[in-house]
Design a binder for this molecule. Structure first.
Ligand code: SAH
Ligand code: MG
Length: 213
């Protein structure tokens, strides 16, 4: 009998990843250079970058804001949708690396890196000035970022949030990562926020895809 849903296993993740439009050599090189430079390998999965690019492309996004640049991997994926990306990073080392690789990329002209904390820089952005936001920084900061994004992202715009599966520990009895609780609490907020319709897409480490109604 046909079932309304299937259990997504690690094998399904590998299956879908193998069939998703892949990253190019430049993004591959960026990832290995980032690892060599000592940046943590906590960028979005390639298939997730690909998916976010598709979403932004079909909605015709012109302006996107990201919190959490790291090495610029997700920012470059998103800018390849055709949108302009403003990306926020507070660690100098990460911002320095990202700036160098963004400058070398094919989308250098469409990415603007802002140095500073999401808490300080999102409040500076104008109401309804972005078509989409991607949150991928400190998880304790997510509720505050969401509040700002509900103002910054225009009605009909998209709010994407990473790590809904809490680094694989969402349902763990004894979670080890200190940010797991913050992710759990944030997922409840996302599910209950009026004016926001969302779904957790099981790609990467779980991606919230929500529309500001
Ligand atoms: N989006 C990136 C990965 C981001 S990792 C990608 O997929 O390629 C999370 C990043 O958020 C780290 O670089 C970290 O330094 C940054 N960060 C953490 N807290 C922050 C804050 N409060 N403001 C801005 N950046 C922050
Ligand atoms: Mg993430």
């Amino acid at each position: 009998m046909a079932s309304a849903s299937s259990t997504v296993t690690a094998e399904h993740f590998r299956y879908l990843a193998a069939r998703t439009t892949p990253e190019d050599d430049f993004l591959k090189e960026l990832r290995s250079a980032a690892a060599k430079a000592g940046l943590p390998a906590i960028h979005v999965a390639p298939e997730q970058g690909s998916f976010m690019r598709i979403l932004l492309k079909i909605m015709g996004a012109k302006e996107v804001v990201e919190v959490g640049t790291l090495g610029g991997y997700s920012a470059i994926w998103m800018a390849r949708s055709g949108a302009r990306v403003t990306t926020i990073e507070y660690k100098e080392k990460h911002a320095d690396f990202a700036e160098r690789w963004i400058a070398k990329s094919d989308v250098a002209a469409r990415i603007n890196l802002l140095r500073g904390a999401g808490q300080d820089l999102l409040p500076v952005l104008a109401d309804d000035s972005k078509d989409a936001a991607f949150l991928d920084a400190d998880k304790a900061g997510y509720p505050g970022y969401l509040k700002e994004c509900l103002r910054i992202v225009r009605p009909g715009g998209l709010i994407l949030v990473d790590n809904a599966f809490a680094f694989g520990e969402l349902l763990a009895k004894r979670a080890t990562d200190p940010e797991v609780e913050a992710v759990r609490a944030f997922n409840e907020i996302m599910a209950k926020t009026p004016g926001l319709s969302g779904v957790i897409v099981p790609i990467g480490d779980g991606l919230w895809v929500a529309v500001r109604e």
